[in-house]
Structures are given as C-alpha cells and as structure tokens.
Design a protein around this ligand. Structure first.
Ligand SMILES: Cc1cc2nc3c(=O)[nH]c(=O)nc-3n(C[C@H](O)[C@H](O)[C@H](O)COP(=O)(O)OP(=O)(O)OC[C@H]3O[C@@H](n4cnc5c(N)ncnc54)[C@H](O)[C@@H]3O)c2cc1C
Length: 499
C-alpha cells in the first residue's frame, strides 16, 4: 500500500519501532528496544500477549550459563553450535545459528535475573528430540507459561513507563511502502476500523503458518498433507504473506519431520487434541512402552522402545497416511503407567482406564478383528502382528524390529487402540533474512525498514531438517532481544531514525 490510499485509516502515530506480534520474539524485541530508549508500538491480533508460549513446552537452551556453572557442567557456545550443526545434519544456517547460540546463555541468565521459575531438574537432557551432548536445556515449572510470566512482567514495566504502546485485537495485513522503504503497517482494529502505524523499523514477529493448512501444505513434501495441526490458531502465516506481497523471499526447503503422539481431535477435523490436555507419551525415557504401534496394514514399523526420536519420526513418515495405531489390552491398561500424558501430569491409571471406557479417542473391542475393523486397519495383518509380537515376548527377543522392552503379551480382551497422526506444530520454512534480521527480497537485497524474528523465519534455519532442543523459543528470544537493542542503538546513533 502507498501513502496515497491511506487517507481513511485511523493514524496510530509514528514510532521508532513497530513490532507486529506480541509472542515470544516480539515481546523480547519490544522490551529491549524500549530499554534502549526507543518508542515502540506492539500490535497483536489477539486479545492477550504471549503467542505460542501459552501452549509450548517452552524448553530453551543456552551454553555457559550460571546454572550450568553452579552444577559443574562444562559447556560453551562453540560446543552448542557443534551440537546444533550435528543434529541438524549440517542443514541449519551456520551464520544465524552462531549469532543466536553465542548469546543464548546470556538469555538464560537474563530470564534467571527476571525471576524465572526454573524446574529444579534443569539444565537437563531432553529425550523428546535427539539429545545434546551436555545438559543445556531449561524449562519452567509451568513450561511456556513460565517464560510468558517473566516477559509479561517486563512488558508491563515498559508499557507503564510509556516507552511501549500495546495495541491488542488489531490484525496487521499490509505494509506501507514509500520510496522503496517499508515505513508502516496497516490493519484492522478490534472495532473493525482500518488503522495505520508508522515506524522507522517494522519488525514482523507474527510466528508460523501451521494453523493455516492451505499455506502449510504449500511447504510440506508430498504425502504429508494430512499432518494434524498441533499449534494454536493464530499461526496463520500473516507476516509471511504480508512480506511476500511486497517482494520478500521465502525458503522452500521441503523438509518435514513430524511430532509424534498427537491425537486427532474428533471435534475438529485436521487438528490435534490440545497438547495441554492429552498426548501419547512415545519416548521410552519417560515411560516404558507396553503397547505395539501398527500401521494401516496392521504391521509394526519400528521398535517402540527405540531411543532415537528422529528414527521413529522418520519411520512414521513412511507409513500410509502418516498414521499409526497404538494397540494394547486390558491387562496392559491395568499394569502400565498411563499411556496418555499432559503437562499438568494429571493422567492417572484410573483416569486412563476411564478414558478406555469413554471412547472419545480410544477404540475398544472384544476381538482383534473387530478392533481392526473399527480402526480401518487390515484385520489379518493386525492379528498376525499380535501373534508374532506375543511370540517375541515369550522368546524375550524381537527379531523383526529389535525391541528389547517386551513386558507382556497382548491377549486379554477387551483390546484397545488409539489413532495417532504425524503432527505439525512448527513452521519449517519462512522469510529469508540477513545477519541483521533484515528481510531479503528475491534478489537477495535487504528490504529497507523491514525486519523479522522468530518462527516467521521458519525453523529450518535453526534446526535444519530435524528438531533441535530449544532452537525455536530461544532464537526467537535471543535474536529478538538483540534486534530490539540494536534498533534502539541505531536510533540513538543516527539521532534521526534507523538508517
Ligand atoms: C505444542 C508446542 C510445543 C512447543 N515447544 C517448544 C519448545 O519446548 N521449545 C522450543 O524451542 N519451541 C517450542 N515450540 C515452538 C515455539 O513455541 C514457537 O516457535 C515460538 O514460540 C514462536 O515464537 P514467535 O514469537 O515467532 O511466534 P508466536 O509466539 O506464535 O507469536 C506470534 C504472535 O503474532 C501475533 N500475530 C500473528 N499474526 C498477526 C497479525 N496479522 N497481526 C497482529 N498480530 C499477529 C499472534 O497473535 C501471536 O501473538 C512449541 C510449539 C508448540 C505448538
């Protein structure tokens, strides 16, 4: 949009920095920019700040921290960098990874100085993704909400001081471009009024696109289109769309690695049951597996007790419909720790048994044939698989997949099964930026005035074709802080706005 057709929009004023999105990254940009003396406008389309922190595990990583030192853990940003490049199979962006990991330890210490409620077990090794070589992952007692609590407190301070104006319920949908420079954004406020805000720097911190299946599927490799959505609804890729409309370049790496254990929501086609309510614990480090996992042919496809998350995630991607069925029986239900978990830890065995009867997500049947029919799984395949698995339990040896945890056979009806589909919760592709987080156009040149931080960059830059512990939340915070501080400093240096 140009200045000429803005006449009717309500003018929100001019700021040194306009931050679009008050989530993980945007809050950090705003706090540091305000602390550095900049005038800041923060706009979010929702009625509350925090973005994905409301649902995220909020595990963050950083090397050389005070908490590591206090526990005698030797670590360094160089070692963190090497781990990230190893776990990302060398596919992460070396420059951006180094820029963030070298300062992530400082982000951890900063959170500590803000009174962050660390889980006492941190720093730890996290087994939901491939593990780091040393404990350098941290989380709060309330997961992502712990991060949000301290960021919100700091935001309240800078809003109270007048350095930040916070505008909620306002969806930004366009950029103002004047003389080749992005000088503002346009959108619609909570009352349906069109608004325009101007700034020397416009920062897109709008998060990912995974809750927008049409857009997400443009980036997923073929065969992964029915991955269920496991993030919050705001992740519709707005910043990515806005920037591409004015010529920004977007990565198209075609990587996808799913999150396992999410349950399709029967009331919301294409979405997962809220992670905070229930998911299937698939990591053997956290729960001994008693069940088997089969595909639509009724066949097992991986050792259920394998310790490599990446190995099992890639195995799931090769199954028809990227779908698996977890199968167990009454005896297991009465013996094993609850298969279903959540962050609150309130899935007891009793609750699990009640859920088996309730039938929301769990299918029950008196025979394996009936179970297979209800699931849409090949009955002969399932029956034969269970027979072979039971023989493996008897023999104490699983020749097919090498599973070594073989606690009990599956043979006591009723039989139970739960469907789990590969899930997407984190955008892999995103806006291309340079080392200053300036958004690049399709010729590789920085678009003046436009910056981006957080998941709008896509996770591939920080994790390649894998998941790497904390490498989404922490770069959003760390590079967000750095960007905010730099934009404020540049304003001071030039005395006339950001060059
Ligand atoms: C279940 C789950 C668990 C996770 N666990 C971890 C983890 O343990 N560790 C980790 O590193 N990562 C994790 N992640 C990923 C991580 O939470 C996100 O990548 C990160 O929080 C994204 O931060 P962000 O600031 O880029 O975006 P968000 O936090 O999503 O914030 C974006 C903000 O922009 C606003 N917005 C969007 N469009 C507009 C618009 N048009 N106008 C105005 N405002 C707009 C949104 O309302 C939102 O508030 C997890 C994700 C999920 C879903």
């Amino acid at each position: 949009m140009t200045a000429a057709n803005l006449g009717h929009a309500a003018d929100l004023g001019h700021f040194d920095v306009v931050v679009v999105g008050a989530g993980t990254g945007g809050l950090c940009v705003a706090i540091e920019a305000a602390d550095g003396g900049a005038s800041v406008l923060v706009v979010d389309k929702l009625s509350d700040v925090g973005g994905m922190l409301h649902i995220a595990n909020g595990e963050f990583s950083g090397a050389g921290t005070r908490r590591q030192a206090a526990r005698g853990i030797e670590d360094s940003p160089e070692r963190h960098f090497d781990d990230v490049m190893r776990l990302s199979h060398g596919r992460a962006d070396r420059d951006l990874v180094w820029q963030t990991v070298r300062a992530q330890g400082d982000t951890v210490d900063w959170l500590e100085s803000l009174g962050f409620d660390f889980d006492p077990a941190t720093p730890g090794l996290v087994h939901g993704h491939e593990v780091y070589s040393v404990p350098r992952t941290y989380w709060g007692v309330e997961f992502g909400r712990s991060v949000l609590r301290v960021l919100r407190r700091r935001l309240d301070d800078v809003v109270a001081s007048g350095a930040v104006r916070l505008l909620l319920g306002t969806r930004i949908s366009g950029a103002v471009v004047e003389d080749g420079r992005v000088s503002g954004v346009t959108g619609t406020d909570a009352d349906g009024r069109e608004v325009v805000a101007r700034g020397d720097a416009i920062v897109l911190a709008t998060g990912g696109y995974d809750a927008n299946p049409g857009l997400r599927n443009e980036f997923l490799p073929p065969g992964c289109e029915n991955a269920i959505i496991a993030c919050l609804d705001h992740a519709t890729g707005d910043g990515l769309v806005l920037a591409t409309e004015i010529g920004a370049d977007v990565s198209r790496d075609g990587f996808f690695i799913p999150v396992m254990g999410l349950i399709p929501d029967p009331d919301r086609q294409g979405f997962a049951v809220d992670y905070r309510e229930a998911f299937v614990e698939v990591a053997p480090a956290y729960r001994t597996p008693y069940e088997i996992w089969v595909n639509r042919d009724g066949r097992r496809f991986v050792a259920e007790d394998g310790t490599s998350p990446e190995h099992r995630e890639r195995a799931l991607l090769r199954q028809p419909g990227i779908t698996m069925y977890v199968v167990w029986d009454r005896a297991i239900a009465e013996t094993a720790e609850p298969l279903i978990r959540n962050g609150a830890g309130d899935w007891t065995r009793e609750r699990m048994l009640a859920e088996c009867e309730r039938g929301r997500w769990i299918v029950a049947a008196d025979t394996l044939e009936e179970l297979a029919e209800r699931l849409g799984v090949d009955a002969a395949g399932l029956t034969e698989t269970v027979e072979r698995y039971n023989a493996a339990v008897d023999a104490g040896h699983d020749p097919e997949h090498g599973r070594t945890t073989l606690p009990m056979p599956i043979g006591e009806p009723p039989y139970y099964a739960l469907t789990s589909v590969a899930a997407s919760l984190l955008s892999r592709d995103g806006l291309r930026v340079n080392g200053d987080l300036a958004v690049l156009d399709r010729r590789g040149a920085a678009i003046p005035g436009l910056y981006a931080v957080g998941e709008v960059l896509g996770n591939n830059v920080f994790a390649g074709d894998n998941y790497v512990g904390g490498m989404s939340v922490t770069p959003a915070m760390t590079l967000g802080r750095r960007l905010g501080a730099r934009l404020a400093a540049e304003r001071r240096t030039t005395g006339q706005g950001i060059a």
